[in-house]
Design a protein around this ligand. Structure first.
Ligand code: PNS
Length: 164
């Protein structure tokens, strides 16, 4: 039987419980989900690609077989084809996400009509969560334990000089 594979692309700088929620739910729809970190985004990341991959691997250790973790350069649709995915998974939070996601989904489908984008609505608890907000809170000394997996919380504390 053919496996239904989805690509979940993003910056994941760093992974949050919002990402994990989308990932866990995507894993109930698809046979395999490949989480892929974009290697050369325009903005300067806080964590290197290798650090981000390690944090994702740590957070998804309990989901063996379902989840693969890798990184990519270039077009998302090309990477999706390379990993055998027929769908791209994206999380949608509020209305503000919609316009850019809509544009990206339509453009990706124009680039490769064989790959569609599947949007999962964020869980209510994560509506206002983003990697950027989590980084800002952590940098300013706030506690981000409830917003990110444990290894990520520790990595943030270390990065902002509050190792414990
Ligand atoms: O987590 P992010 O930063 O919202 O993820 C954005 C990402 C990586 C999905 C997007 O920037 C992307 O797909 N970049 C790869 C380049 C590409 O394929 N561009 C054409 C899409 S219209």
């Amino acid at each position: 039987m053919t496996q239904r594979v989805a690509l979940y692309p993003g910056s994941f700088d760093p992974i949050t419980t919002g990402h994990l929620d989308i990932l866990e739910r995507a894993a109930t729809i698809f046979d395999r989900v490949v989480v892929s970190v974009l290697r050369h985004p325009e903005k300067e990341p806080l964590f290197s690609v290798e650090e981000r991959l390690e944090l994702i691997r740590d957070a998804t250790r309990e989901m063996p077989g379902l989840i693969d973790v890798d990184s990519f350069d270039g077009l998302t649709v090309v990477h999706a084809t390379n990993v055998g995915a027929t769908a791209i998974v994206r999380g949608l939070r509020a209305v503000s996400d919609f316009e850019s996601e809509f544009q990206m989904a339509l453009m990706n489908r124009r680039l490769n009509p064989g790959i569609d984008t599947v949007f999962l609505m964020t869980s209510a608890a994560n509506v206002f969560m983003s990697s950027s907000v989590v980084k800002e809170i952590s940098e300013l000394g706030g506690d981000v334990e409830e917003f990110v997996p444990p290894a990520t919380a520790q990595a943030l504390r270390r990065r902002f000089g509050r190792a414990r």
